[in-house]
Every structure is written in structure tokens, then in C-alpha cells.
Design a protein around this ligand. Structure first.
Ligand SMILES: [Fe+2]
Length: 163
């Protein structure tokens, strides 16, 4: 569909910015993967199943990888709301997997709707809840409890672990 509108595609916005390099890098990857999902929606019927499933699996895998990295970070910086944040991730993953399962079974969601739902969940979470720990990290830095150097060491360790 060449006439697909631009607003169907996720555009990076500063409202997603946490100021934590590793997380912002991973969130950028989530934007890319979501856009690939949208692109996959445009595939012709004959290849849609394969292309879309592939993009969907990549997205779901990456969301998991990213959530794991995020929780390691939150643990290391002693984020007080860690348990709540973890619960939200667990709920999001469960919802995403359920939606993927429903999609695979009965196609209740069209690829486009599936992608939009995924986008809403993930980016809604980032824009609100990830910003909260970003504010906490910034506050800890202001108070001198957390330094850029330590934060960078934590990020590098997590990044290396995930490779
Ligand atoms: Fe998160």
C-alpha cells in the first residue's frame, strides 16, 4: 500500500528520552523494529505471513532483551519502584504474547492493528514509566549518589552481557 500514511510509522520523540545512553539506544532499536513491523504489514498476501511473523518475533525477542537490561540497570541504581516496574514489564510481555498468540491462531488483529497495539503498549510505557526512573537517576546524579562514570560502567557491563 504505497499510500500508507506517515502517521502509521513510529517517529522518535524526545518524550521517550531517558538521558541514559544504553536505554535510549535500545529504545531507538525498538522504534526501528516497530517500523519494520509496519513495513512488514505492507508485504503482499503471499509473503505477509512469513515476513510479518519474522518481524513480530524479532520485536518480541528484543522487547524481552531490553526489559531484562532495564531491570538490571534499575536494580543496580537501587530504583525504589523496581518491583512495580518489573510487574509492568511482566504484564506487558504477557499481553504482547497473548496478542501474538491470538493473532497467530485466529487473526483477531490485522498486522497493522497488532503493530499499533504493540506500539501503544511499549511506547506508552516508555513515555510515562521509563521517564520516572530516568528522573530518579537524574536526581541521584544531582545529589551526588550516582555519577556519570558509575552509570556508564553499569551501562557498559549490561550492554556487554547482552551480546
Ligand atoms: Fe520499562
Amino acid at each position: 500500500m504505497a499510500n500508507e500514511k506517515v502517521h502509521d510509522v513510529v517517529v522518535w520523540s524526545d518524550k521517550y528520552k531517558t538521558g541514559i545512553k544504553l536505554i535510549d539506544k535500545q529504545h531507538h532499536t525498538l522504534v526501528d523494529l516497530t517500523n519494520q513491523l509496519y513495513l512488514a504489514c505492507r508485504a503482499g498476501d503471499d509473503v505477509l505471513a512469513v515476513v510479518f511473523q519474522d518481524a513480530m518475533h524479532k520485536m518480541v525477542d528484543y522487547v524481552r532483551h531490553h526489559f531484562t537490561a532495564e531491570l538490571i540497570l534499575l536494580d543496580k541504581i537501587n530504583y525504589p519502584d523496581y518491583q512495580n516496574h518489573k510487574r509492568m514489564h511482566d504484564d506487558l510481555i504477557r499481553d504482547i504474547l497473548n496478542a501474538a498468540k491470538e493473532f497467530n491462531e485466529g487473526k483477531k488483529l490485522t498486522p497493522n492493528n497488532f503493530t499499533r497495539t504493540l506500539e501503544d503498549w511499549v511506547f506508552g510505557h516508555i513515555a510515562v514509566y521509563d521517564k520516572m526512573y530516568a528522573a530518579y537517576a537524574a536526581d541521584q546524579k544531582r545529589k551526588g549518589v550516582l555519577s556519570d562514570k558509575v552509570l556508564m560502567e553499569i551501562e557498559t557491563a549490561i550492554d556487554d552481557e547482552g551480546k
